[in-house]
Design a protein around this ligand. Sequence first.
Ligand code: ZN
Length: 504
Amino acid sequence: MTTSAEQAYNELIATHREIAILGSCESLLGWDERTYMPRGGAEGRSRQVALLSGLVHERFTDKKIGELLSVVEESDLVRDTESDAAANVREIRREYDKQVKLPKELVEEMARITSLAQGVWAEAREKSDFSLFEPKLKEVIDLKKRQAEAYGYDTEPYDALIDDYEPYATVTTISEVFAKLRAELVPLVRAIVESGKRPNMSIIENDFPVNLQEEFGKEAAAAIGFDFNIGRLDVTTHPFCTTIGPGDVRITTRFNPKHLGQALFGIMHEAGHGIYEQGLLDENYGTPLGEALSLGIHESQSRMWENLVGRSKPFWENFYPKAQSKFPSLKGVAFDDFFFAINNVEPSFIRVEADEVTYNLHILLRFEIERDLFREKIKPEDLPSAWNEKFKEFFGITPKNDAEGCLQDIHWSAGLFGYFATYALGNLYASQFFAKAENAIPDLKDNFRRGNFSALKKWLNENIHVYGKKYTAEKLCERVTGKPLSHEPMMDYLKAKFGELYGI
Ligand code: ZN
């Protein structure tokens, strides 16, 4: 390797790290805005955030970065495509090209239209009137099509949009896995409904004092490995996880005093995201190797701790006695009745309230609709009817109105097309990784029964977290599990667990 290439690489990394530090200031402002900022601070805050994000964009799209990338790309430094340097360069190039390809005018227009569209969407949802939202939705879709053209794509425009959230994934590969999943999931949901069995939901929809829920949630998060020395938990309307920098990963939740599960599983979910962020290597901070791989892989970590661990029998064999001594309303409730209640499956209209099984159908429906919108098989004005027809087909029920149908999510008004798929990809990756972990750690479930989750956390740290963006999601999945992503591990898991619960 030549010295100049090495110098260029070092300069590239140093610049990238500085940009990451600037970005982390923006993250801290964002966290504060959603947790403790008084309402009056909104205007000043938006100025701070606009200035910082402008600086980040300006520095990242500086021609100098392109020049440094070119020097390194032509050198021996990246000849071994498996090397850390090659991965960093590949990912910085990817980000850089995307940002410079977007005309400034398009970025500004997108920010302006989506900000207006979100206001209109909120009103349309409130009135349950899609026709109010339709003109703005068309504008957003047109801008997203322009964005896809600016990025460029191999097969279809929707590929370019998915790539923003799940790098290197394509409509074709996702469609294949989702179609197989759908073919098995729809009959499973039907069989569950037809079993006629229902848990007694009043067990978890009862009085659960918020202070006790907070203690219990923190205990669960700490037990599974969220480190409170380098993290914290606060309260927000919409739970999230954010990383301020090495040693500072923050999660949030919301409490419902009449429901045990919402905050508890929400905390375990966000703790799962947090454990991933805490598992990234400090020495890679500010480089792609120190960043989470994709939204799908991120979601695989949160869903694993929330569902595969948090809603499992071994977990509760350890935690249920603790829950009973903490919450008086659980005294005298049999373990099996409690376990059934936290694993209730029921077709319902609202995605964010859906259970572990039907949740994926909500995503498959949105993915198919988005795909067909960008293939121009569905026109924006046909969205409500397309939604309701698919809903009936998937769930066997039809929304009464658009508020509980196609207007329920904020994503499309915000221009987040391609985002939904990552939720189901996360569930699929979670099951596939977990099945592998069970093989690799023979006494995994006995560990859970003893309240010990460190073997699983360590396995995730070593096999997934430490690599950051070194591999693509597809490659990581192959490396970790020996196979490409498949619907089978999740279906095996769901059929076994819910087959037993529902006697089907
Ligand atoms: Zn999540």
